[in-house]
Write a protein that binds this ligand. Structure first.
Ligand SMILES: Cc1ncc(COP(=O)(O)O)c(C=O)c1O
Length: 415
């Protein structure tokens, strides 16, 4: 057995000790100082009148993020739990489920549907491509009508954005009863996705993305059409049985214990979104993405997906360069934490996130770090003029896309 002396309660030494790292992954993301303060408050019981007031406000604000008149829910789990919840509440074993698979997260949903006994058909999209609406139309025409069609809004493993409004229209035109479920984990809050107006039947988001919170909450909502299926769905469900949560929410409380600090922080963020206007917050995210995409050509770099999502940029690793070494170099020598590629994209892309508490100086440091690391790996590839132009173009874009959601001046200096 370990004695207390065996436990190292001090932070382990790390490569960033001399230079604080900037977290620039597409989730988790840096959180604003106001959120850190909320998370550090003393623990409070989730049935107190003070907290229930916050919870009820959160429940009132949440459907607005989805653009729905239906109730929206917060579930204590990661985004994948929310995907499972979205699915199991409308699925019966033997249902024909179509899954758009364009990367790692499409694979995840296919595995889940299979685990719950769906009759699965896969619409394969090459990694880095987006759904071609015409091809989808033809594919659906050749299938028996589907009970459910599932897609990512943004496939985070490739950085590609899918035309989800058209996907929903095409599915509906093929069979009016098909439920269209969207994994909007790297999209909800970051872009306009009006669920009711676009006739989408279910969406899931994650706290560690555009909501600038730690990982641990999934946000989910179903359409009126989907709610008609929920009582009849026969897939096994217990923790994720949304009917129990609905009943509790209608009484103004949660069914299970609430992660109070996370929910208080979510309520803070939703109130800020409400106060500044979602479009202003989305404009900032789009600006970070545009600044990045404008800077890359000056460094001789290309974006990997054909239609990039605003929430992250997947940078194609230049031919002959070791992408894994490049990522490590950025982390160890420049204090920049980016994500590499997964599965078939291992070593082939670097992914830079645009959600979260990312200040102008963070993105500019990332661009400078990309320039300097490239130049050191391939001397002569990035001239001082190219570096300066990349930074200048990014800075100009950022000026047009100010940070609006939290107070950007509060934690100037190293994190
Ligand atoms: C599109 C997408 N789907 C699903 C997930 C899985 O979410 P989690 O890791 O929170 O379970 C992620 C996480 O990055 C994602 O980006």
């Amino acid at each position: 057995m370990n004695s207390p002396a065996d436990f190292n309660l001090k932070a382990p030494p790390n490569a960033h000790a001399a230079r604080p790292a900037r977290l620039l992954t597409p989730g988790p993301v840096p959180v604003p100082p106001e959120v850190l303060e909320i998370l550090a408050r003393p623990i409070e019981h989730h049935r107190t009148p003070e907290f229930l007031k916050v919870y009820r406000n959160l429940l009132a604000l949440l459907p607005r993020v989805f653009g729905t008149n239906q109730p929206a829910f917060v579930q204590t789990c990661t985004g994948s739990g929310g995907m499972e919840s979205l699915l199991v509440n409308v699925l019966s074993p033997g249902d024909r489920v179509g899954v758009i698979v364009s990367g790692k997260f499409g694979e995840r949903w296919a595995e889940m549907a299979q685990a719950y006994g769906a009759k699965l058909s896969r619409f394969e999209v090459p990694w880095g491509e987006s759904v071609d609406p015409h091809k989808l139309q033809v594919w659906l025409r050749d299938q028996e009508p589907l009970q459910i069609l599932m897609s990512q809004v943004c496939e985070t493993s490739t950085g590609a954005l899918h035309p989800v409004r058209e996907i929903a229209q095409i599915a509906r035109a093929r069979h009016s009863e098909t439920l269209v479920l969207l994994d909007a984990i790297t999209a909800l809050g970051a872009m306009s996705l009006p669920m009711d107006a676009w006739d989408i039947d279910g969406m899931v988001g994650g706290s560690q993305k555009a909501f600038m919170l730690p990982t641990g909450l999934a946000l989910v909502a179903w359409s009126q059409r989907a709610w008609q299926k929920i009582p009849q769905a026969r897939a096994p469900r217990s923790y994720f049985d949304i009917r129990a949560e609905l009943a509790a929410n209608q009484r103004g409380e949660s069914h299970f214990s609430s992660p109070v600090p996370l929910l208080r922080a979510l309520e803070f963020i939703l109130s800020r979104i409400e106060a500044v206007g979602a479009s202003h917050w989305q404009h900032r995210i789009a600006g970070l993405s545009l600044a990045t995409r404008s800077a890359l050509p000056h460094l001789g770099l290309k974006v990997f997906p054909r239609v990039p999502a605003p929430t992250l940029t997947a940078i194609a690793v230049p031919e002959g360069l070791d992408g894994q070494k490049w990522r490590e170099k950025l982390e160890v020598e420049h204090g920049l934490i980016l994500m590499g590629g997964q599965d078939q994209l291992k070593g082939r892309v670097l992914r830079l996130g645009h959600m979260g508490y990312i200040r102008d100086e963070d993105l500019l440091a990332a661009i400078a770090g990309l320039a300097d690391s490239l130049e050191s790996m391939r001397p002569g590839s990035v001239s001082p003029t190219q570096r300066r132009d990349a930074l200048q173009v990014a800075a100009d874009v950022l000026t047009q896309h100010p940070f609006v959601l939290a107070n950007p001046t509060r934690s100037e200096g190293p994190r």
